[in-house]
Design a protein around this ligand. Structure first.
Ligand code: HEC
Length: 121
């Protein structure tokens, strides 16, 4: 009985430590490439007839900012962690919501570290 209690305490302590690891921009780049690049990459291949076209998210941001900000998310320097989290979890016009079963909170932290270059503001 006492031993299992001790185990529980140790388990809880180790999980607390895991939850506090600093976000990894490198993993963020991997998760971004899988979930975000299809819409936020520079361009996509649309087929032999039309060749390459801007990705839908990039095209939308081109229209939205008309060149005042880079249309490719990875080139932005003004993004804050709070804004990214709000858009990813809540969606924004053509941008779909992303569930925690798709991108976990810690993966989202990694994406934020990647997009904000560690300056999540
Ligand atoms: C299905 C396509 C699609 C996917 C996948 C997608 N986005 Fe978007 N995203 C969009 C579109 C379209 C917009 C423009 C919304 C608008 O009109 O304001 C957008 C806007 C955004 C914005 C707001 C930029 C701004 O200045 O308004 C952020 C931040 C963003 N996306 C982050 C992400 C991240 C991070 C991921 C991956 C987890 C992701 N998006 C995946 C389509 C997508």
């Amino acid at each position: 009985m006492k031993r299992s209690l001790l185990l529980l305490v140790l388990l809880a302590a180790s999980q607390g430590a895991l939850a506090q690891t600093t976000p990894s921009a490198e993993n963020g780049r991997t998760v971004f490439a899988k979930w975000c690049t299809p819409c936020h990459g520079a361009d996509i291949v649309t087929g032999e007839l039309w060749g390459r076209a801007p990705a839908p998210g990039t095209a939308a941001l081109q229209l939205k900012y008309r060149g005042e900000l880079p249309a490719v998310l990875e080139e932005r320097t003004d993004l804050t962690g709070e804004f990214i989290e709000t858009v990813v979890r809540g969606g924004l016009f053509g941008m779909p919501i992303t569930r925690k079963t798709e991108i976990s909170d810690s993966e989202l932290e990694d994406i934020i570290a990647y997009l904000t270059k560690g300056d999540a503001g």
